[in-house]
Design a protein around this ligand. Structure first.
Ligand code: PRP
Length: 207
């Protein structure tokens, strides 16, 4: 049995369709359901649906043998796992954004609102820039509009949310997309199963 941690939500749906297309089907998954564990003895696969930020923890701890997590989540949580393959899904850019009229005052401490406090801290530390982090859990774009922060560190996918809220990208931090990750000992002890899956993915991703 191979245990797979999938990020709950739109990315997870896309990843499941990709895995199902190479044979890792779990009949019940995809139905309207609140279940979080899906198992199919015939295909030998068990899926767990977890919060995107938690995929790394499940894989690092060996609860899941493999998982799929955005590079943004991995940069934030730094789990000790192998990164096996970029699936090319969920492409976005970690960026610094601010209101269109924003002008940086280098004399004052920069107030940064973000869901990614570790990434933001590291990014500004590398630039010797003093910041205050305001950790939020969503709708980050509101913070500079309402005066809670000067800038945000967030992902930009289509750019629509920024545009519709009169914000723009000021700095690019790093690109992100969904990566297949593996637990370090599973990669050794379930090598054949993981390699079989990896080869099948490589065949359809790079025909
Ligand atoms: C993410 C991100 C941005 C938005 C970017 O939010 O935090 O707000 O998507 O996408 P876009 O460039 O295509 O507009 P999400 O939808 O995950 O919701 P959240 O605000 O609850 O985090």
């Amino acid at each position: 049995m191979i245990n797979i941690a999938l990020p709950k939500g739109r990315l997870g749906d896309q990843v499941y369709r990709l895995f199902a297309s190479i044979g890792y089907v779990c009949r019940e998954l995809g139905d309207e359901s609140r279940k979080l564990i899906f198992e199919d003895e015939k295909t030998g696969v068990r899926y767990f649906l977890v919060k995107p930020l938690d995929v790394g923890i499940y894989v690092e701890q060996g609860i899941a043998d493999i998982g799929v997590a955005g590079k943004d989540m991995l940069l934030e949580t730094q789990p000790d796992v192998y990164e096996l393959l970029d699936l090319g899904l969920g492409q976005c850019e970690l960026s610094v954004a601010a209101p269109n009229a924003y002008q940086e005052d280098r004399e004052s401490v920069l107030r940064v609102a973000t869901k990614y406090p570790n990434i933001a801290r590291q990014y500004y530390q590398n630039r010797n820039r003093e910041i205050d982090i305001i950790k939020l859990n969503g709708s980050i774009e509101l913070a500079p509009i309402l005066g809670l922060s000067d800038v945000i560190v967030d992902i930009v996918e289509t750019g629509t949310t920024l545009r519709e809220n009169n914000l723009k990208v000021y700095e690019h931090i790093a690109p992100s997309s969904a990566l297949l990750i593996a637990n370090i000992s599973s990669y050794k002890f379930k090598q054949q199963a993981i390699q079989t899956m990896l080869n099948a993915l490589l065949r359809i991703l790079k025909p």
